[in-house]
Design a protein around this ligand. Structure first.
Ligand SMILES: [Zn+2]
Length: 297
């Protein structure tokens, strides 16, 4: 017979450390200029330290427009090829996910992001430049702490072709799977136990990607105008168009950036194993919203 004490221990070993995590912000402000992947226009983010409890907040116009980067403000229907936040007054912030992934991997819980231009700069196409610039700015602990969101039982969501699951895990693990049948990418999977260093080494340099045949269509939709072979992996049925890749499986590694950036919208350190098959920003956002509902956030 299992005593309740034993059952409690079993639960702790299955779900990992449930103790509060120290909040952190930047030691110094940092301004990061670049270009928008979709608009092709100059864009910039000026990231400032914030008080504990602020969370990650996007602002524009000196703070006249502002929106918390959380699941409440993420708009799944609008989040096609990038994640879009929309505030109560219609304030719109686009392409937030690679920066959000950098904050999450680095344990930065509180910061203010003043955005200039229509979207967050695309930079290298992954999270590497953001992590490098945030490291240069420095991360400093805050006095307050935040409870992790601990996945205690399996939760699954089907969204069209996409399937997402969260299961208990001691730590944070991401497992992503892509399927592009009849292309050079084919089927691929990638799992990562997320620590700042492992994310920096194994996922952050992975660039966004596009099927060559889709690029004209994306541009007609007003997307991908700032994309090029330096910041995006482009592939077709038989080859990659880039002269070299950052990883042989760069495409699926990029999915881990996107998944972490979108789960960061939960606004809490995560303890669980998150699985994503054929998923994209729309389904990631919907899954974050389902988790928020399920856990009463
Ligand atoms: Zn991405």
């Amino acid at each position: 017979m299992m005593s309740s004490e034993h059952a409690q221990m079993e639960m702790e070993s299955a779900t990992g450390d449930v103790s509060p995590v120290g909040r952190a912000t930047l030691a110094n402000p940092v301004t990061i200029p670049g270009t928008g992947i979709h608009s092709g226009l100059p864009c910039e983010v000026a990231i400032s330290p914030a008080e504990g409890g602020t969370g990650i907040e996007f602002r524009r116009g000196g703070g006249k427009e502002r929106v918390a980067a959380d699941w409440r403000h993420a708009d799944a229907d609008e989040s096609v090829r990038r994640t879009v936040l929309i505030g109560a007054g219609g304030e719109r912030f686009e392409q937030v996910e690679h920066l959000m992934a950098a904050f999450s991997a680095m344990g930065i819980t509180d910061a203010i992001v003043e955005q200039i231009g229509p979207e967050v700069p695309f930079l290298d196409g992954g999270s590497l430049t953001y992590m490098n610039r945030l490291r240069e700015a420095g991360v400093t602990p805050l006095e307050s702490s935040i409870d992790p969101l601990v996945i205690v039982k399996p939760l699954t969501m089907q969204d069209g072709d996409a399937l997402l699951t969260a299961t208990p895990h001691n730590g944070l693990r991401l497992s992503c799977f892509v399927e592009f049948p009849g292309t050079i990418v084919g089927s691929a999977g990638f799992s990562l136990d997320v620590t700042e260093d492992r994310f920096f080494e194994e996922a952050a340099p992975a660039r966004t990607f596009a099927l060559a045949a889709d690029i004209e269509k994306l541009r007609e939709m007003g997307l991908a105008r700032g994309g090029n072979l330096d910041n995006a992996v482009v592939f077709d049925h038989e080859k990659y168009h880039n002269s070299s890749l950052h990883f042989d499986d760069e495409v699926v590694r990029h999915k881990a950036i996107d998944l972490l950036g979108d789960l960061a919208l939960l606004g809490r350190p995560l303890r669980g194993h998150f699985w994503a098959w054929r998923a994209g920003h729309q389904s990631h956002v919907r899954f974050a919203q389902l988790i928020a509902e399920e856990y009463g956030l």
